[in-house]
Design a protein around this ligand. Structure first.
Ligand SMILES: Nc1ncnc2c1ncn2[C@@H]1O[C@H](COP(=O)(O)OP(=O)(O)OP(=O)(O)O)[C@@H](O)[C@H]1O
Ligand SMILES: [Mg+2]
Length: 159
C-alpha cells in the first residue's frame, strides 16, 4: 500500500510525565526532514509539549493511559495528531480561550491551547466526554529560498 503522504510515523506511550520530552524530541527529529529553522523546530516542540502535557494532566488526571502521536509530512507541511482516551472536554470553545483552565489551583495558567495556536498554523480539537481528546496541528515549514539569511545554522533537535 502506498501512503498518500511523503512520510508518516506513529508513537504510543504511557501518560507518564517523562514521556513528554520523548514525544517532543521524536516529533522534532521527524520534522527535521523538512529542514526547518531552529525557530520553527522550537515552535513544533513547544506545541507538542503542551498537547502531550494536557493528555497527561487533564485527560488521564490521576489515572494512567495511552497517548498516541501520529505525524505526517506532505510537501512542506507537518501534521501532528495527539490523542488520549481520557475524560474528554465538555466545552471545546471555552477550553480554547486564553486563561481558561479547570486546574487553576494547580499552577496551570490556561495558556496551552493559545500557545499551540500561536506556534502552529492550524489547531483542531475533537473531544468527546468519557471517550477522549484528539488535537490535530499543522505547520508549514518555509522553503529554503524564503528563509532569511541568519536562519541557516545547524538545527539542534535534542533539547
Ligand atoms: N487532553 C485533554 N483532556 C481533557 N481536558 C483537556 C485536555 N486538554 C485540555 N483540556 C481542558 O482544557 C483546558 C485548557 O487547556 P490549556 O492547555 O489551554 O490550559 P491548562 O492546561 O489548564 O493550563 P496550561 O496549559 O497553561 O498549563 C484545561 O484546563 C482542561 O480543562
Ligand atoms: Mg495545558
Amino acid at each position: 500500500m502506498k501512503s498518500r503522504y511523503d512520510n508518516e510515523m506513529e508513537l504510543s506511550f504511557l501518560s507518564k510525565s517523562n514521556n513528554e520530552a520523548f514525544a517532543r524530541i521524536t516529533v522534532a527529529a521527524f520534522a527535521a526532514q523538512l529542514d526547518p529553522t531552529i525557530e520553527e523546530l522550537a515552535d513544533i516542540k513547544t506545541a507538542v509539549s503542551e498537547a502531550v502535557t494536557n493528555c497527561i494532566i487533564h485527560g488521564y488526571e490521576d489515572t494512567e493511559g495511552i497517548i498516541k502521536v501520529r505525524a505526517t509530512l506532505l510537501d512542506n507541511c507537518l501534521e501532528v495528531e495527539i490523542s488520549d482516551n481520557g475524560k474528554g472536554i465538555e466545552d471545546v470553545e471555552l477550553a480554547r480561550k486564553p486563561l481558561y483552565t479547570t486546574k487553576g489551583n494547580l499552577e496551570r495558567s490556561g495558556m496551552g491551547f493559545t500557545i499551540m495556536e500561536s506556534f502552529m498554523d492550524e489547531v483542531k480539537i475533537h473531544s468527546v466526554v468519557g471517550i477522549g481528546t484528539k488535537v490535530t496541528m499543522k505547520k508549514k515549514i518555509k522553503k529554503e529560498e524564503n528563509k532569511s539569511l541568519n536562519d541557516d545554522e545547524d538545527v539542534l533537535i535534542n533539547t
